[in-house]
Structure formats: structure tokens, C-alpha cells
Design a protein. Structure first.
Ligand code: BES
Ligand code: MN
Ligand code: ZN
Length: 510
């Protein structure tokens, strides 16, 4: 998708479609009787006039995601005018705007419209932020997961060109063209990286083995100028990663330890961020095998790792002045004659011993060694992302990802970044009381315990390996894969957490 900036008056744009946001400025919300007060978010009187009838007759209410397509709008040079509802003006933010750009993309491309102009609302959102949100939302909305469909029509449904209209001289002050241009570039980098991650996650396990994932990381690293090292079983054994190897030993596919380094000149040497990702390219459960029903979905069990690879891509291109290292532990979790069995004891890289109660609790095993390795590489702050537990889906559904944090200050930073990124996450606790559950008769800890509070148990387990390094854990099991399409995004891989991670990393710039 080509993107370009324009400061033209919307009605003067020659395009297949001009998109404007409509909002409901009625702040009360008492049901039927309360009529919406709909406003068109453009200062162009011609556009407002063209939308007047459908608003006054009640057809357009401004409701979130409502779309109204007008043909040959009076006074406009564009062929069409699309009104997209953004809900109540009071609560309208960049997060909603991002989604509306996705809604416009998905609605228009389904009608074979390949180019359009999106008018950034001149509301409370600063122009640069609004522009960036539109670019991000449009790219995210343009992604389609149907790679292997032979029907080209369905596959090639993509937008070719997007014009983002930031009206010039809003409220008398001209925008800084350079700042706008760089906001557009940043939006593009982040969203394309998110789609890069979604590409990886979308691949089935026969086309995204640990080795293939390592190759993809290498290729990407070469393109954006990152350092990338990938290792196999020998290195994993040499580093004494007994927990990681315990999972990997059961598979005929070799595991991969992927290390991506970003070390810019001028970065403060006090901070070294570590991004650790679970990349189980297929999770059968191992000997504690999963039921057949729904097992095909376990190809996305590498989403945490794919997110870290995608985040490193964005970081390499955005060039924040902070040192970042990503450690991705990639393996299959398979049952076989070589597979670990319940009751086995594994010695992790940190030296701690783990009694394997359930071989399906494998993500925490690979991450345990990933976290230790990131610490050994000198990381001062750790963030991990993983499709770790079904229990987080029980707790938070498909809406929020779970956040766990050992350090409140680090959490505050992350929560701010998360808000900026417009991703939904909810903090869950890590009280010492939960530690009880980790006890084993034979080893330092068990890898699985009681059903209750399963997401917290997994996080408590990881905490043992983050040790005293400030650490955040993101459980994205319920959010990395969209079970249903939404108006702004296709079903399938979501790329959740990447935008928050990139924003978080940027926040440490020296
Ligand atoms: N990969 C799964 C978690 C998962 C569940 C991801 C649903 C995506 C959707 C993880 O490895 C797993 O199997 N967890 C077990 C842990 C249990 C055995 C303690 C679970 O959540 O059931
Ligand atoms: Mn599992
Ligand atoms: Zn898993």
C-alpha cells in the first residue's frame, strides 16, 4: 500500500472515495429517546453539506463502526464519500481512530475500491498522533490470512494507495510537515512489522518449523541491519538449557535459539532491554497430549516469539537510542519415544530443578531458559510474551491480554506504552502466597499445579527465572489469534503486543 500525505481540502480531492469520521456529540446515553447529535469531523463545509441529508433523516447515527457510503456526493470531486461512525465524541481517541481506518480499508476493498483518502479528524487528537493511528489502522486492516487460497480474487483484495488528509492550518497553526511525514513513516514501520509478525504466526507448523522461523528472522535482520545469531541443539545443551531441551528432545524437528541484537551508538549503557519469546511452532501437548478437537490451532503457539522478532524489526527501523536484545526459544512440543514424560526432572540453565507434572506446560519451560539466557547476556529489564495458558483465556476472555509485572515502575512504563498503542491488556497479580503451589516433593518446583489461577501459576513459575531482574510477562494466549473477524481486522493472527512493546522500548531512549 502506497501512502501519501495531503493537506488539500477534502472536497477538492480527486479520488475513488473520501472517508470522514462522524461522531455523536450527545453526551447523555439514555436509550431510544435520546437522539444522537451527529457531527462530521471536517471543517470542509462542502463535505458537511453532502452528508447533511443522511444525518438529518436519522440514517447516520455516528454509532461506532457504522458505515454509510454515498455515491457522487454533491460538490465533491471524489466519486464517493464514506462516513464512518466513531461513537461518542467524548470517548473518541486515537485507539478508536485506528480502528476506523481499518474499518474503511476493509469495507472499501470488499467493494473492489483500491484507493481512497482518509480525513484525519480535527478533534482533540494531535494531528501527528491521529495521522499515525490512521496509517497503523489501515495497514492492520489490509492484512488477509488466506495465503494458500487459489482464488486470486480473495487473496489479492488489497488497497493500493492511501492518502491521509491532514487539513492545513487547523485552528490557525500550520503543521510541521517534517513531523507529520515522520509520524506517517513511524506508523507504517510499526504496522508493517505487526503484519510481518502476523505472517509468521499465520503459517502452519509444516511451513514454520523452528529452523524456518530462524531463517525468517535472519532474512529480516539482514534487511534492516540487525545482528542475528541462530543456534541449534548443540548450543542449547552447551548452555545447559535443560528446561528448553526437555521440550525440544521429543521432536524430530531441530529446535532453534534465535538471538537478535540491536545496539545503537549513543545508547545509555545502564539500560539493556531483553525481549524473550515463546515460539512453540506446534504444541501437541507432548506425552500429556491435547484432545484432537481444536488442536490445529496450536500452530499459533509461536506467537510470542514472532512478536519479538517483529518488534525487533520495528526497533531496527525506528532506531531508538536504547540497547535491546531478543531471545526466541523455538521448538515443537511432540510426543515420541524420545519425549520427556510426566515425573521427569529437568535442570534448567539457572541450576534450578523442575519436576515435569504435565508435558503440556511446555511454554514456561522454554521461557525459563530464555529468561536466564537474556540475563546472562546482560539484560537489565526483561519482557516476555507467550501464548502461555488456557487459564488466561478463562480469566480475561479474548479481549484483554494478561500482564504480570514484578516491578511497579516498569509496569507503569509499560502501561503507558500500552495505552498509546491502543492494545487491551489487564494486570494480574503475583502475590507471594501463590508460591505455595510451585512446591515439588523431589525438585525445586513443579511445572504445573492446580487448575485454579493457572495463568498466575505460570507467571509465578517464570518469576523464579527472571529472579531479581525487573520483568514483565505478557500472556497472549487469548488475544494472539482472532476467533472472529472484527470490522477493523481479519480473523486469524492479531499481532497483539507488538505495538505496545515498540512504544515501551522507545520510552527508554536516552
Ligand atoms: N500453548 C498452550 C496454551 C494455550 C491455550 C495457548 C489455548 C493458546 C490457546 C500451553 O502450552 C498449554 O498447553 N498450557 C496448559 C498448561 C496446563 C497443562 C498447566 C493449559 O493452559 O491448559
Ligand atoms: Mn502446552
Ligand atoms: Zn504451548
Amino acid at each position: 500500500m502506497n501512502t501519501n500525505l495531503s493537506s488539500s481540502i477534502p472536497s477538492q480531492l480527486e479520488t475513488d472515495c473520501v472517508v470522514v469520521v462522524v461522531l455523536d456529540r450527545n453526551e447523555r446515553d439514555r436509550g431510544e429517546k435520546d437522539k444522537p447529535v451527529v457531527t462530521v469531523e471536517s471543517s470542509d463545509a462542502t463535505v458537511c453539506e453532502a452528508a447533511k441529508d443522511v444525518i438529518s433523516n436519522g440514517e447516520v447515527t455516528g454509532k461506532m463502526f457504522e458505515t454509510t457510503l454515498l455515491h457522487r456526493p454533491a460538490g465533491l470531486k471524489a466519486k464517493r464519500l464514506l462516513l464512518v461512525g466513531g461513537g461518542k465524541a467524548k470517548t473518541f481517541s486515537a485507539a478508536e481512530l485506528r480502528k476506523l481506518a481499518g474499518v474503511a480499508v476493509r469495507m472499501l476493498k470488499s467493494k473492489s475500491i483500491r484507493s481512497f483518502a482518509f480525513v484525519v479528524p480535527e478533534t482533540a487528537i494531535p494531528a501527528g498522533q491521529g495521522l499515525r493511528a490512521v496509517v497503523e489502522g489501515a495497514f492492520v486492516g489490509d492484512f488477509e490470512p488466506g495465503y494458500y487460497k487459489s482464488d486470486r480474487n480473495e487473496k489479492d483484495q488489497k488497497i493500493d494507495a492511501l492518502t491521509i488528509v491532514v487539513p492545513g492550518n487547523v485552528h490557525g497553526d500550520a503543521h510541521d510537515a517534517k513531523a507529520l511525514e515522520s509520524a506517517m513513516q513511524a506508523g507504517r514501520i510499526v504496522a508493517e512489522s505487526q503484519n510481518f509478525t502476523r505472517d509468521l504466526v499465520n503459517e502452519p507448523s509444516n511451513r514454520m518449523t523452528p529452523t524456518m522461523m530462524a531463517e525468517r528472522a535472519k532474512k529480516m535482520a539482514a534487511e534492516v541491519g540487525l545482528n542475528c545469531e541462530t543456534y541449534g541443539a548443540d548450543k542449547i545443551k552447551q548452555l545447559k538449557m535443560g528446561a528448553f531441551w526437555g521440550v525440544a528432545q521429543g521432536s524430530d524437528e531441530p529446535p532453534a535459539l534465535i538471538v537478535l541484537r540491536y545496539d545503537p551508538v549513543g545508547a545509555a549503557d545502564k539500560v539493556h532491554l531483553g525481549l524473550v519469546g515463546k515460539a512453540v511452532t506446534f504444541d501437541t501437548g507432548g506425552i500429556s497430549i491435547k484432545p484432537a478437537d481444536g488442536m490445529e490451532k496450536m500452530k499459533y503457539d509461536m506467537a510470542g516469539g514472532a512478536t519479538m522478532i517483529g518488534a525487533m524489526r520495528a526497533i531496527a527501523l525506528l532506531k531508538p537510542k536504547v540497547k535491546v536484545t531478543a531471545v526466541i526459544c523455538a521448538t515443537e512440543n511432540m510426543p515420541s519415544g524420545k519425549a520427556q514424560k510426566p515425573g521427569d526432572v529437568q535442570i534448567a540453565m539457572s541450576g534450578k530443578s523442575i519436576e515435569i507434572i504435565n508435558t503440556d506446560a511446555e511454554g514456561r519451560l522454554v521461557l525459563a531458559d530464555g529468561l536466564s539466557y537474556a540475563r546472562q547476556l546482560g539484560c537489565t529489564h526483561l519482557v516476555d510474551a507467550a501464548t502461555l495458558t488456557g487459564a488466561v483465556v478463562v480469566a480475561l476472555g479474548y479481549v484483554n491480554a494478561g500482564i504480570f509485572a514484578s516491578d511497579d515502575q516498569m509496569y507503569e512504563r509499560f502501561a503507558n506504552a500500552n495505552k498509546q498503542a491502543g492494545e487491551k491488556m489487564w494486570r494480574l497479580p503475583l502475590d507471594d502466597e501463590y508460591k505455595e503451589n510451585l512446591k515439588s516433593n523431589i525438585a525445586d518446583m513443579v511445572n504445573a499445579g492446580s487448575r485454579w489461577g493457572g495463568a498466575i501459576f505460570a507467571a509465578m513459575f517464570l518469576k523464579e527465572f527472571a529472579e531479581d531482574t525487573p520483568w514483565i510477562h505478557l500472556d497472549i494466549a487469548g488475544t494472539a489469534w482472532m476467533e472472529e473477524a472484527k470490522p477493523w481486522i481479519a480473523k486469524g493472527p492479531s499481532g497483539i503486543a507488538l505495538r505496545s512493546l515498540v512504544e515501551f522500548v522507545k520510552g527508554w531512549e536516552s
